[in-house]
Design a binder for this molecule. Structure first.
Ligand code: FUB
Ligand code: ZN
Length: 679
């Protein structure tokens, strides 16, 4: 394989596209969610979904409900709302009307991608695999039939709208639908080896690459997404034209030819050179997909200006614009980022798709660098801002994921813009591929849960790594490392940023952790023998968190976190004390209670709080500040549930950030008169 290095570009030139497999490529089933074996800038290589089994535990339960409930009910709804018929209409059924917004094709493609990862997964039952495969094959038949000989494929821009094709790129979503088609095609190929959908996506991608570009018709991604997909297509086929087109998309050279307005470019987070961005702005999902695509491009091509921009954006996101849940997008208007520290709780948009994008972006950054700070954000977002997006029953979804509500219904089975449900499905179904990664010198354990990886080290030595744990309810994890034969390599275990300490022992012998720091990977290098056991323990303290005082909505408030889980109060658990009258007493101990029967099995937190004796709604709006706080308060016990589990009972007021009692008067007597609590 020849390496090509020019002006910061590093890539393999011998990878050529063809109908047959380039021999240096891993077989289809050996390719991860993103496939980095030939990505010269990637520190870590992903592990295929097929190679990781999530056994009984937190995420296997979420994946089970996704496979058994969410996928079938969502497909039925996509049928009911005409999303599949939109393709049938072009497959010999012209009498069927086209239904739904112009981007509905993408929802079906995302569903297919999710189904593909479910088919790839070895936890999915054979019966479910066969059913899903039957569904996907029949969908592909309609999709392929709807494709024009030129390769063009979109169910909206047909008939009397043909003349509108690619005339309004900032809004048409043709680029976005193509991106999701490519990703679905790749996922199904990696799950089954079938190229039918992949080849259809290649035909459309080739149509775009052949007709658009700096010396041809101008192109812009009105909704970034195609960037990620094209880089993955390059990784899958080895054809460098897809990487080159991504470079063109990120270059923003068409701003003048397309007469793009500044406001449009801010909203789309594209159009101008990617490297000219210094902060996140505009539509949150678009911006995070653009950053993910730029990360993919950098991972292959290595442009340092892109790397600098990614660093700037990540710092902007994580220090000024992200909710404690990992949710992103403060404003409903334009589904957009707000100003720095503009993070309202009740008005939060925090679209599920934006959280999914946050996970996807941080996964890419993790694989690029091996840096655990990205895994910390990935984990925070996955457990909270993403996980809240699908009900425990698997058939109701949040579009917005606010951090407070006055009791509105947060979950619905269907949205006319139904981008979020299949997005969360495709993430959950591909999740086994996020747990482990391989580096030149060993194996990374990114996420903790009962699981087994059956894969190999970079030099081909077979390796299984398994975990036994009750994470995230417990911080104890037993990791068993079994190379095919004794071998020297490193096992990297993540010390999460939220854990104040870590205890590690190998085969019962404690290891000094003084050299390691929280928020980093603990590297354990030695000659590993089959059956070696590492025990790692992180203390899971309920931790009251505060926000930077510049976040006006959170000032004087605290949010409880335990391990990776952010907690919330729901009104129905507070024994009639109005949420608006509740205060948190930070000095008093929080107790932990396992409730197997509640909300699918959760650990609740009970914290001493206080409530105003007089309903605050009966107090005047404004009063002179008293020299000494005088409000009479009575002690109450506050009952917190994990944020992801909100909205799974009757609609009820909810809040994550609870006012601190010490901001509102003298301490309340410790325990006398505590209110009894019953569920
Ligand atoms: O525009 C397509 C999708 O609809 C976006 O990704 C979501 O944010 C929603 O606007
Ligand atoms: Zn969405």
């Amino acid at each position: 394989m020849k390496l090509f290095v020019a002006s910061g570009l590093v890539f393999a030139t011998s990878l050529v596209a063809s109908a047959t497999e380039p021999e240096q490529h891993a077989a289809w089933k050996d390719q991860g969610v993103i496939y980095l074996d030939h990505s010269l800038n990637a520190r870590l290589h992903s592990v295929p979904v097929q190679a990781v089994h999530l056994s009984d535990g937190f995420w296997s339960a979420r994946r089970k409900v996704t496979t058994e409930r969410s996928l079938p009910t969502l497909l039925a709804l996509l049928e009911e709302h005409g999303v599949v018929d939109n393709f049938r209409r072009l497959d010999g059924r012209p009498e069927i009307p086209r239904k739904g917004p112009l981007y509905t094709d993408s929802d079906l493609y995302k569903w297919i991608e999710a189904a593909a990862w479910a088919i790839a997964s070895n936890e999915t039952s054979e019966a479910d695999k066969q059913m899903l495969r039957g569904d996907v094959e029949s969908l592909i038949t309609h999709i392929v039939a709807a494709q024009e000989p030129s390769g063009y494929l979109n169910t909206y821009f047909v008939g009397d709208k043909v003349h509108l094709r690619f005339t309004d790129l900032p809004h048409s979503h043709e680029d976005y639908c193509l991106g999701h088609l490519i990703q679905a095609g790749i996922a199904y190929y990696r799950a089954t080896g079938s190229r039918r959908l992949l080849d259809a996506s290649i035909r459309f991608a080739d149509y775009v690459v052949e007709n658009f570009g700096a010396t041809k018709r101008p192109f812009v991604t009105g909704h970034p997404e195609l960037e990620m997909a094209l880089v993955e297509l390059y990784r899958t086929t080895g054809d460098a034209k897809y990487l080159e087109f991504t470079r063109y998309l990120l270059s923003g050279v068409e701003k003048d030819r397309l007469k793009l307005k500044d406001a449009d470019m801010r909203y789309m987070f594209s159009g101008k050179p990617f490297v000219s961005h210094t902060e996140f702005e505009g539509h949150a999902v678009r911006a995070l997909y653009a950053a993910s695509g730029a990360t993919d491009y950098f991972t292959e091509a290595g442009d340092p200006a892109i790397r600098r921009t990614l660093d700037l954006l990540w710092t902007d996101l994580t220090t000024r614009k992200m909710y404690i849940t990992g949710g992103v997008g403060s404003r409903s208007a334009g589904e957009s980022f707000g100003d720095p520290y503009e993070l309202p709780s009740e008005q939060a948009y925090a679209e599920t798709c934006a959280s999914v994008a946050n996970v996807m972006w941080n996964f890419r950054l993790l694989l690029l660098t091996g840096d655990a700070r990205y895994t910390d954000i990935l984990e925070r977002t996955l457990y909270n801002g993403v996980n809240s997006g699908m009900s425990l029953s698997g058939n109701l979804y949040c579009y917005r994921n606010p951090l407070a509500s006055s009791g509105e219904k947060l979950r619905n089975p269907w949205y006319d813009t139904t981008c979020c449900p299949p997005n969360i499905e495709r993430l959950f179904e591909s999740l086994p591929g996020y747990f482990y990664a391989i580096s030149r010198d060993g194996v990374y354990v990114n996420l903790y849960d009962n699981s087994e990886m059956d894969w190999h080290l970079e030099d081909g030595t077979g390796l299984t790594v398994s975990q036994a744990t009750n994470y995230p309810w417990s911080g104890d994890v037993k990791v068993t490392v079994s190379p095919a034969h004794p071998a020297e390599f490193a096992v990297y275990l993540r010390w999460p940023g939220w854990a104040s300490s870590a205890e590690v022992a190998i085969n019962g012998q404690p290891i000094q952790t003084a050299a390691f720091r929280r928020g980093e990977y603990i590297s354990l290098s030695r000659t590993w023998k089959p059956g070696d056991v590492i025990n790692i323990a992180f203390p899971l303290q309920p931790t009251p968190m505060i926000a930077n005082p510049r976040v006006a909505d959170d000032y004087g408030r605290t949010a409880l976190q335990r391990g990776p889980l952010v907690y919330a109060l729901e009104q129905i658990d507070q024994n009639g004390v109005p949420l608006g009258d509740i205060f948190f007493r930070s000095s008093a101990p929080v107790t932990v209670e396992v409730r197997k029967e509640l909300l699918g099995g959760i650990t609740i937190l009970r914290a001493p709080g206080s409530a105003s004796e007089k309903l605050l709604s009966e107090e005047p709006l404004y009063t002179p500040m008293p020299a000494v706080p005088t409000r009479n308060k009575r002690p109450v016990i506050l009952t917190f549930i994990p944020y992801y589990a909100i909205g799974n009972r009757e609609p009820t007021p909810m809040e994550v950030w609870v006012p601190l009692s010490r901001f509102d008067g003298p301490p309340v007597a410790q325990t006398a008169g505590n209110v009894e609590h019953h569920f």
